[in-house]
Design a protein around this ligand. Sequence first.
Ligand SMILES: Nc1ncnc2c1ncn2[C@@H]1O[C@H](COP(=O)(O)OP(=O)(O)OP(=O)(O)O)[C@@H](O)[C@H]1O
Ligand SMILES: [Mg+2]
Length: 576
Amino acid sequence: MNASDEAQSKEGSKDPSSSDVQGVQKATTQQTLEKKPEEKLEEKKAEEKKPPEKKAEVKKIEEKKEGGISIPFFGKKKEEQVIEYLFDPIPEVKPTETYWIEEPYAKILVVPMPERGGQSGYFVDEVKLTDKEEEAFRKLRDILSKELAPPKDMTVDAKDYVVSESKRLIKKYSYIMGAPTEESTKRIEYYIRRDLIGYGPVNPVVEDRNIEDISCDGVGRPVFVWHKKYESLPTNLKIMDRPYFNDFIIKLAHFAGRHISTAFPIVDAMLPGKHRLAATYGEEVSTFGSTFTIRKFREEPFSIVDLIELGTINPALAAYFWFLLDNRLTVMIMGGTGAGKTSYLNALTNLFRPGLKIVSVEETAELNMPHENWVQFVSRESYGLGASKIGEVTLFDLVKTSLRYRPDYIIVGEIRGEEAFVLFQAMATGHGGISTIHAENLEYAIKRMTSPPMNIARPYIPLMNVACLVERVALPRKREGLPFGRRVRQVWEVRPDGSYDTIAFWDPIEDAFTVSLDKTVHLPNICLRQGMPRDWYIHELQVREAVIKWMIDNNIHHFKEVARTVTQFHVKRRKA
Ligand SMILES: Nc1ncnc2c1ncn2[C@@H]1O[C@H](COP(=O)(O)OP(=O)(O)OP(=O)(O)O)[C@@H](O)[C@H]1O
Ligand SMILES: [Mg+2]
């Protein structure tokens, strides 16, 4: 057996799963058996004359083997030496905070960065693989991509399935992977989980519960996060390779069940776990290459009690909104990007009377309510190409449809276009409505509503009974260690003639709310509509405020528990 044969044979015995290698080897053996001795001698001489070609063939086989079964996304060959992404080293200064994401494999350090004038940075510190482990990891990843069959039982958790399969395959191919120790196997499994079912290098950030938002502005630029405690921070992660970044964006889009490509370079969708994804592909529409931003979803949304404890509103204001919602008044929540509009809207729904029929309409499903009688509609993009709008279902279509469901309340996640017009039509016909609008104050909001594409006629504006502004503000005193927070800065009642008055505001010096109801028009109207004295609302607000304070005192926080308490309140009152 000459050197090249030996190499082939080794290759074959190394990886019995590689049919290419086996195939080539089988063919060579058969040929040798059929040939006459003198032919063999001739051939051997000829072969000896050109050994490099034979060697190259072995290499080709290796390449083919790798290329043949590597998965397109993470399957870059190591020898290409392409730096796909990198984590900058952690500066050797005392971290402000350190915490584990997955002990002992991934941790986060918030560290002051001297080169940025002491500004903090968010550093991901993952366990490192040795060269041998790295090699084993690559092999296992390739084997998995070839051998992993879809689970027979579709109800199994994908994560658990991949982990159990990788465990099985590590055992089966232990000899190919250099028989990794138990510790090595666990480290390899970490990377398999991270890369095959997670978000690759971004995964520790996605898993960090302190992160509200993750974004990357292009190739070679640091990924930025919005940290609950430290606000915007650059991370030590940079995605360096354009094709790798493009593949990453395709993977994100696929996670969301969507398509992104040169032809359709923008995606706005929902990732598993209900995280909101906006991404662009390649340099089509973004100069620095692919970009993405992920707004993380809270599995347990803020309840109204949570928001009181965070200082976003106070019990008196919550009682005011509760009374409004009990009487089907309409509320518009205003604020800038990420001000907390949707979270506030969602928390208000905790206060709905039991049995109300609620229909919500959103672009991405962000709302999370405990009510059973709730229909959640989500708009859909067109399946057509180019200018074709085929298959598209817009917010406008859904708001129109929602009216057929005879809702007590229609909730529109955010009004931007012509759906606002339909929402106001619905409110004109006696439906309750809540929505949010991107605007910095009431005047701008009204201007936006009365201009294209919303086109709401001015006389319709008072159909928005109450407007409130939510803002992210700097706090005069730290609260729960945070120098900033979200506050309902101002609440207005819009009068039937279109004028408006402030009902409540937040004092930025004292970090306190002032609620003055002497100018209210809606509360006495509600009382009269119910055949009660004009000032009956005073008592009603007091009762509701007492219930809210009772929930705080009794540690009732969870949105489902809050909604249950509201139900109990109504049931008891009905009995009384
Ligand atoms: N009252 C609050 N206190 C603390 N964090 C909050 C509060 N409200 C919202 N957040 C956090 O702020 C982020 C943005 O919240 P949310 O989506 O409600 O804002 P938004 O104004 O609707 O944003 P967008 O403009 O993107 O629609 C979320 O991560 C959320 O968890
Ligand atoms: Mg929102």
